[in-house]
Ligand binder design. Structure first.
Ligand SMILES: [Zn+2]
Length: 289
């Protein structure tokens, strides 16, 4: 039997999972992610893999990690786990484990997991969206991840939404991420209402009266951002993940906002909530080929 091992390298926790050929979970555990120490991260992953694979002869291994992996150099770019930036996680782990492995970012792992085991089952072309601390996306076509020529396929968070708009860490201005990520929405909420609230508080106590402009702007930006994606990709389903996927109005008014901006009078693309929640990273990693 060929087992599938997945590791989700998160900012605070590292999780490992072992699946059998029928995708049953055989083992699953979590440990804290070493902070700001790349070598310790490598050691932690190596130890976890060694622990769970002692009685397994043949397995594939995938790693879900934050950031973008350069196709040219294999180095990690734009990661919010700073000590990974400029490192070749794949090559370093392959050397230690003496094995070929796959490494993909969290949006790609999310999309492959939801396509094969979650809300995307039965849809041919799935666009997976992560809206949380950042805004990312992934494309899966017939259960195969589409990474593109330079590994940036699906990165709609850095489409320009407003020319000369908010400045983005990527060096450009007006990126989608600077309008609809959790931190940017919190900032805008404070600008408009004078209130300082975290995104979960804000969602739980959302007051339509004082937050009317905030909500309208959010829906417009969300709608334009995803309508641009639909016009290029015309996916069979869009699946939302990340902390902001818990906002109910994205599936009603958010969906209508997308529909009204798409270049077609026939639009019925399902906008679905993820089914795997926080587990999509580790499942997606295990499902990487
Ligand atoms: Zn950007």
């Amino acid at each position: 039997m060929l087992y599938k091992i997945g590791v989700d390298l998160g900012g605070t926790k590292t999780e490992i999972i072992v699946l059998d050929e029928n995708l049953n979970v055989l083992e699953r555990k979590r440990v804290p992610t070493p902070q700001n120490n790349y070598n310790e991260i490598i050691n932690t992953i190596t130890t976890l893999v060694f622990d769970v694979s002692q009685n397994i002869s043949d397995f594939t291994l995938g790693i879900c990690c934050p950031g973008v992996i350069s196709k040219q150099t294999g180095l990690i770019k734009n990661s919010n786990t700073q000590c990974l930036i400029g490192k070749s996680l794949k090559a370093d782990l392959e050397k230690k484990l003496e094995k070929n492995i796959s490494v993909e970012n969290d949006a790609n792992c999310f999309t492959i997991a939801e396509s094969k085991m979650g809300a995307g089952v039965g849809f041919n072309l799935v666009f997976g969206v992560i809206i949380g601390t950042g805004v990312g996306g992934g494309i899966v076509i017939n259960n195969i991840l589409h990474c593109g020529r330079t590994n940036i396929a699906g990165e709609w968070g850095h489409h320009i939404l407003h020319q000369n708009g908010n400045s983005c860490y990527c060096g450009k201005s007006g990126c989608v991420e600077t309008y609809i990520s959790g931190p940017s929405l919190e900032k805008r909420w404070t600008q408009l209402t004078g209130l300082t609230q975290s995104m979960p508080e804000l969602i739980a106590n959302f007051n339509t009266n004082i937050g009317k402009q905030w909500k309208n702007e959010f829906l417009e930006n969300f709608g334009h951002g995803l309508a641009n994606v639909v016009d290029i990709l015309d996916p069979d389903a869009i699946i939302l993940g990340g902390g902001l996927s818990n906002i109910d109005f994205l599936y009603t008014e958010g969906k209508e906002s997308i529909y009204s901006k798409v270049f077609s009078d026939i639009i019925e693309t399902p906008i679905l909530k993820n089914k795997l929640g926080d587990s999509s990273g580790v499942f997606g990693a295990a499902l990487l080929d």
